[in-house]
Design a protein around this ligand. Structure first.
Ligand code: SF4
Length: 151
């Protein structure tokens, strides 16, 4: 049955990574043929491409996306994009996020403390947190690709 899949745009070949390249994944695209794909990229929408990188950092205000350039908290525009995206697209069956991204990682984003010590490699990115809040099934792209079953 055809499903509606929200997916990190860089996996589809959009050059929206921090260095204005993509993460195009042909095997993933083949597997998704026949389904409706709705791309998202909160970081490109908020900051453009190229842009400085950011990391998830545990702060006294909770887990925030912090710029590796100037240390500013970049969480708000990412969260606003996520809220708007999922408010606009209400019929999503599955969400596939780019593994390890601080925005799009599902169970694979890195979390640091404020001294840049690694606390976890199984964190959820800010965009995907919003999807999970809405009870949308989410999966990292690298895990989805390895699944033998269809969606
Ligand atoms: S991982 Fe997410 S935020 Fe990063 S380039 Fe891909 S879609 Fe954009």
């Amino acid at each position: 049955m055809m499903k509606t899949v929200a997916i990190s745009a860089c996996l589809l070949g959009e050059k929206c990574r921090y260095d204005a390249t993509d993460n195009k994944n042909e095997a993933l695209l083949t597997k998704l043929q026949g389904h409706t794909l709705i791309p998202f990229c909160p970081e490109d929408a908020a900051f453009g491409s190229p842009r400085p990188t950011m990391d998830l950092v545990r702060t006294e205000k909770g887990i925030r996306a912090i710029s590796n350039d100037d240390g500013l908290d970049l969480s708000v525009p990412v969260l606003e994009y996520a809220t708007h995206f999922f408010n606009t697209h209400t019929q999503i069956d599955v969400c596939i996020g780019k593994d390890r991204s601080p925005s799009c990682g599902v169970c694979s984003a890195r979390l640091y403390d404020e001294k840049k010590n690694l606390l976890s490699s199984t964190e959820t990115g800010l965009m995907i947190k919003e999807a999970k809040k809405r009870n949308i099934d989410c999966i990292d792209a690298e895990k989805f690709e390895g699944f033998s079953c269809d969606i």
